[in-house]
Design a protein around this ligand. Structure first.
Ligand code: CA
Length: 237
């Protein structure tokens, strides 16, 4: 089985037609996304509360809560207000399309659709909404991270990181200035199911810090007492 990449964008597919849900999950995983599925509206709501994905593919007609209603609720909640949503529907009338977009869906695909077409929409939406999630290279200040070659450099010199430190840096560097709690980092780097002590985060942050900075260089990692860790946003200036 393919190992789940915790830094890959996560996509929730909400579709009650099992064969279509499977087809989508299969193709999205082949593109490198981490996919979760829900077949009913309530199940989707639970998954959205427990772990917000980077994008939702949402069927309009579901057996319990409609896709429209789920989308409306997503937009009403602060944490999911800007979560990218692609609606799937069998309805092709223009007024239905307008209704879908008016509750806040970012894009709208009419069934039957071609899988490559949907994949292209997913890529386009992720690129538009959060380019840092899919860029192959990220750089802040004099630190550069290359996701394809798994290399990190600072001021041109190679920095050697273990896989966990690499994922930590990848996660922090995407949102300079934002502070993540230990629980959020555990969830993002090790995954929800991991039963790992929060102090493990401190250990890996310590290693990352040590690897990144020579004696005279600024420490790009910020420790916020009682809160967690972040990538220093003043570091880039
Ligand atoms: Ca349906």
């Amino acid at each position: 089985m393919r190992q789940k990449d915790q830094t890959a964008p996560r996509i929730l597919v909400v579709e009650d037609e099992a064969s279509l849900g499977e087809l989508l999950a299969y193709n999205l995983e082949a593109e490198g996304y981490v996919v979760e599925r829900a077949e009913r509206g309530e199940e989707a709501e639970l998954k959205l509360l427990e772990h917000s994905p980077d994008l939702v593919i949402l069927d309009w007609m579901l057996p319990d809560i409609s896709g429209i209603e789920i989308c409306r609720r997503l937009r009403a909640r602060e944490e999911t207000k800007t979560l990218p949503v692609i609606m799937l529907t069998a309805r092709s009338e223009e007024n239905e399309r307008v209704r879908g977009l008016s509750v806040g869906a970012d894009d709208y695909v009419v069934k039957p659709f071609s899988v490559p077409e949907l994949l292209a929409r997913v890529r386009a939406l992720l690129r538009r909404i959060s380019p840092e999630r899919i860029a192959s290279r990220l750089s802040v200040g004099d630190i550069e991270l290359d996701r394809e070659s798994y290399r990190v450099r600072r001021s041109g010199r190679d920095i050697h990181l273990g896989p966990t430190e690499f994922r930590l840096l990848d996660h922090l560097i995407q949102k300079p200035g934002r502070v993540f709690t230990r629980a959020q980092l555990l969830d993002a780097i090790w995954g929800l199911s991991a039963e790992i002590d929060e102090r493990t985060v401190d250990v890996h942050i310590g290693r990352l810090r040590k690897a990144l900075s020579r004696a005279t260089e600024a420490d790009p990692i910020r420790t916020v007492r009682g809160a967690g860790y972040g990538f220093d946003d003043r570091f880039q200036k």
